[in-house]
Design a protein around this ligand. Structure first.
Ligand code: IMP
Length: 177
């Protein structure tokens, strides 16, 4: 047991660094195979996905490009739902093979709101790679093509994921107690 404290909450180790890196290697191997002869553009969503994107990208043997974007939600003037806009997406996605890189898909709302913006640019293909998926928490079903770990619906920190700004630097992933 390795209990840590982040802000006011206690967390127990859930995935070791070794387990995470092994799984990232496996995902990269599948992607290397699926995209042989192609040149996909990886779009990593900040902040949480920076570690996953880095480790995944290091394992690629195919030609690939990477960009990082940030998503910002705001309430539409008329609509009651959140509208998601991206900051930093300079690449033209027309005709590209695009892979979204997310740290975690929880309810699916963020990507559900954001994907139409990408589809609008008519990429040749659009897939999602998520290190973590809380399938029990799904409210907006999405097809996630590359999943690292399907995890219970409990809050986690580490390996890029934060709890109120802290915990991103942890090499392992911890689950709230
Ligand atoms: P969704 O829109 O509900 O799928 O949530 C996605 C975003 O919520 C992720 O990109 C994270 O920033 C955040 N998030 C969801 N669950 C967790 C968690 O357990 N730990 C840290 N961040 C989380």
């Amino acid at each position: 047991m390795a209990i840590i404290k982040v802000h006011d909450k206690s967390f127990d180790i859930y995935l070791s660094e070794e387990t995470i890196l092994q799984r990232v290697k496996e995902l990269a191997a599948v992607i290397n195979k699926d995209y042989t002869g192609k040149r996909p553009l990886f779009i990593a969503i900040l902040n949480g996905s920076f570690m996953f994107a880095t480790d995944l990208f290091k394992q690629l043997t195919i030609e690939a490009e990477l960009c990082f974007i940030k998503l910002a939600s705001y309430k539409g003037m008329k609509s009651s739902g959140n509208v998601v806009t991206s900051i930093g997406l300079e690449d033209d996605l027309f005709g590209r093979d695009v892979i979204i890189v997310e740290d975690i898909v929880d309810t699916g709302k963020t990507l559900h709101n954001f994907l139409p913006k990408l589809v609008h640019q008519q990429p040749k293909s659009l897939k999602i790679a998520a290190l973590l998926h809380k399938s029990e928490a799904t409210e907006y079903p999405l097809e996630i093509n590359y999943i690292g770990f399907d995890i219970p619906n409990k809050f986690v920190v580490g390996y890029g994921l934060d709890y109120d700004g802290l915990g991103r630097n942890l090499k392992e992933i911890y689950q709230v107690i």
